[in-house]
Design a protein around this ligand. Sequence first.
Ligand SMILES: Cc1ncc(C[n+]2csc(CCOP(=O)(O)OP(=O)(O)O)c2C)c(N)n1
Ligand SMILES: [Mg+2]
Length: 330
Amino acid sequence: MDTADKKRLLRSMLLARRFEERCYEAYVERRIGGFLHLYPGQEACAHGVMEAARPGHDYVITGYRDHVHAILAGADPKKVMAELFGKEGGSSKGRGGSMHIFDVENRFMGGYALVGGPFPLAAGMAKTLKLKGGDEIAICFLGDAANNQGTFHESMNMAALWDLPVLYVCENNLYGIGTRIDRSTAVTDQYQRVCGYGIEADQVDGQDVETVHEAAHKAVEHVRSGKGPYFLELLTYRYRGHSMSDSNAYREKEEERRWSTRDPIITLRDRLIEAGELTEDDYKAMDTEILDYLENEVVPYAEQSPEPDPAEVERYTLAENDPYVKGGAR
Ligand SMILES: Cc1ncc(C[n+]2csc(CCOP(=O)(O)OP(=O)(O)O)c2C)c(N)n1
Ligand SMILES: [Mg+2]
């Protein structure tokens, strides 16, 4: 990555952070309802991987902590915010909310509430891609606790057996809701768990976007060149509670403090400043411009977008009413 790439990534990670902080505020203001799982602390994971992938070309799927992944795949932040506000202008027309962002034009395949659900869906997507014979790959981001679901093992077995073009990215933030990984999981190094399926795997620091990018580049090349699936484990940490309803009372303050010293945005910012490629003022200007964009474009778009029409409550609920299924083109 050259300096311009790093500055672009810094801006994008800062936008992701500020976007999520704005969601937090909107939730407290009761403008967002339902579930809301935020991403601060983990930004380098999605950024490093998507920088190595081809957004809009590769198919991406993830769990409920999905806003930033959708935006990196190409979804318009305004439409993501409108979705959170439950509005017609949202990426799922306000029907899905935070956990179900979807953007088929950009090949962002969701946003899933069921832990472990995306593993087999990603394998299915990869099977289709293999049959079609293009160079697209499927990328599935999920958390560490998801690996204790049966779907994880079934999917790893099939992905390996059929040499599927799928990259599984495990964002290991050490917790599944309030349960620390060593209380729920016998083998805490997640990358070791796919050895039994003969899948290539790696584990790297998920707080350094350059490290993630380098590891993801190798992983994406492996998958795209037809060598079969790959499993990349990223060691990371979420700053807030699991969701807005989580008081976050179960973690040691010392552990939180330790991870806060390894912030992915500050790490990249300081590296650029030390190299003389960025000044404090450049960074502040970047932040001001982002806050301005959120306040004057993103949030107003969500606010001004109409509520879905109650008369349309059954629309999009049955496959027979779904134009994508009807057309059969996708
Ligand atoms: C099938 C299923 N079981 C249980 C839940 C409840 N649940 C929601 S999130 C979660 C923990 C998942 O943690 P992890 O996979 O580590 O992801 P993280 O939230 O840390 O990003 C659980 C058990 C669910 N949503 N779906
Ligand atoms: Mg987790």
